[in-house]
Design a protein around this ligand. Structure first.
Ligand code: SF4
Length: 164
């Protein structure tokens, strides 16, 4: 059975920077959970960051690949540099995916770790730009296809293709 890496906050775990969750009530996700497919993971907590924690954004909205190549930092709203924790969390997510044979992930859109199509622009002004988070960039560079919580039907199609 093909397993699926999923953002812990989508599964109701209170691991977000503000101490909350972003629980998804989607029936597809519930079905995958019942089938025992889910590998529930929070990269930022795995990287050593506490809950709650200051919001963080990739400087310049540069995207996860730029962070992984050392060309951009991840900065918290208090000015601290949390790049090392974000990279450590991404590596831990990749390790969790590899050990479970994961080739498909369902991650929280907009996050500097988990975003797949959009991240914030680095100004803490609430503006989004196209781009990926650090964990998403690392997973996709290693062959794990990442979908957002708004793309569950597409993810289900991809799962069918993987298992065909
Ligand atoms: Fe959710 Fe990912 Fe942020 Fe953790 S790092 S709280 S799993 S969006």
């Amino acid at each position: 059975m093909q397993r699926i890496l999923v953002s812990a906050c989508l599964m109701g775990r209170r691991v977000r920077y503000d101490g909350g969750a972003k629980t998804s009530a989607d029936a597809l996700l519930a079905g995958w959970r019942a089938e025992g497919r889910l590998v529930v993971f929070c990269p930022e907590v795995a990287g050593g960051l506490p809950v709650p924690r200051p919001a963080a954004e990739i400087e310049g909205g540069a995207g996860g690949a730029a962070v992984l190549s050392g060309d951009a930092r991840v900065l918290a709203s208090d000015g601290s540099d949390v790049t090392a924790e974000f990279v450590a969390g991404a590596r831990a997510a990749l390790e969790a995916a590899r050990s479970a044979g994961v080739r498909l992930a369902m991650l929280k859109e907009g996050s500097p770790s988990c975003g797949a199509l959009a991240i914030h622009d680095g100004t803490f002004g609430g503006r989004r730009v196209p781009g990926q988070g650090v964990t998403t960039a690392l997973l996709e560079a290693h062959g794990v296809r990442v979908f957002t919580e708004d793309q569950l039907p597409e993810a289900a199609d991809h799962l069918r293709d993987l298992e065909a």
